[in-house]
Design a binder for this molecule. Structure first.
Ligand code: FAD
Length: 307
């Protein structure tokens, strides 16, 4: 971004724009360099105006949810990182089709589930313990315990790659394993979910059950991005990494978890490079020992050098 573009961005977005923002503070792995600029969007019209400007000026941008599936390289991210706050964290019943709910894309999964539990709404309990946002869960088609987010989505409201506020209904959405057919540059603003009624006590018990299972199997005491690799067909990435003898392997401040080999944890002061080196090692060793090419689930963003 040149100086004129920065001044214009400040004019359009005012105090919602910041510069040189440490992405380690906005990712669950707690590593990575700074974002050249961060825009904290609080309403759809403002967001639409900023995206239109960025597209016109060909300034790259990335929308980040809670940063729980992002590995930001040590050089940081050029352009603008868009975060969703304000009205994007709202949640309400939609129309007369109770129990359909409209959730802001910036709402955390934890807050979404607290609301669902209070209102006696079932269908998304399997997401309990995933430290992401509603937008991130839909973009990634987050899933656990054999269930995925996609089947519960009726409609997505969004800002298009041209900066227009629009909506996309179920018939135009495709979800696959940790992926959706949303084009890069699209910003989800709200999601309409179709849920079921159930007793708050039952919903609460299901959420507690999911949290318990996670605690037993995942190294939640350290920063991580959850599973680093997707599970290959009919197998588990964690099992293959363990079989390759890499459990507990440490490089710098990063380590392949002893508890769950598909998690790389930040034990103390890891850099993105430490984690990237472990990723390469795990891929190479699994390919050598099992003949399987692991595919990344975590998204690597930014550059090795400062923009
Ligand atoms: C301890 C731990 C456990 C986890 N367990 C699971 C699990 O069981 N299942 C699972 O699926 N994942 C799991 N994850 C990974 C992660 O939490 C999910 O992928 C989550 O859905 C990411 O949401 P986020 O808001 O953090 O998105 P981010 O990590 O910020 O972004 C991920 C992607 O979504 C896009 N995105 C985010 N918000 C929007 C938006 N509003 N509009 C358009 N695109 C958007 C980003 O551009 C990026 O491409 C785990 C992570 C951790 C740290």
């Amino acid at each position: 971004m040149d100086k004129t573009q920065k001044v214009e961005l400040l004019r359009i977005a005012g105090r919602q724009i910041g510069f040189d923002f440490p992405m380690s503070q906005h990712t669950t792995l707690r590593v990575g360099g700074n974002a050249e600029s961060v825009y904290e969007a609080s309403d759809p019209d403002g967001l639409s105006g900023v995206v239109s400007f960025l597209v016109k000026e060909e300034i790259p941008y990335l929308v980040a949810g809670k940063g729980s599936n992002l590995l930001v390289r040590d050089g940081g991210i050029g352009g603008v990182v868009i975060l969703l706050a304000g009205a994007f964290a709202d949640i309400q019943f939609e129309g007369s089709d109770y129990p359909d709910i409209l959730a802001g894309a910036g709402l955390s999964i934890a807050d979404l589930l607290i609301w669902c539990r209070e209102k006696g709404l079932s269908g998304l309990e399997f997401l309990a313990g995933i430290p992401g946002s509603v937008g991130g869960a839909v973009a990634m088609n987050a899933g656990a315990f054999g269930k995925e987010t996609g089947p519960r989505v009726r409609e997505i409201r969004l800002v298009s790659q041209r900066g227009q506020l629009t909506a996309r209904d179920r018939s135009r959405l495709r979800f696959s394993y940790r992926d959706s057919n949303l084009e890069p540059g699209v910003v989800i603003t709200n999601v309409l979910f179709r849920l079921d009624r159930d007793a708050p006590k039952t919903v609460s018990a299901r959420i507690a059950g999911c949290l318990k299972r996670r605690k037993e199997t995942q190294p939640l005491e350290y920063p991580s991005a959850g599973s680093i690799f997707k599970n290959p067909l009919n197998d588990y990435a964690g099992r293959l990494i363990e079989q390759a003898g890499l459990k507990g392997k440490r490089i710098g401040g990063a380590m392949i978890s002893n508890k769950h080999a598909n998690f790389i944890v930040n034990k103390a002061g890891a850099t993105a490079m430490d984690i990237l080196t472990l990723i390469d090692l795990a891929r190479e060793e699994v390919r050598r020992t099992a003949g399987v090419q692991l595919e990344l689930e975590v998204q690597i963003v930014g550059g090795a050098e400062k923009p």
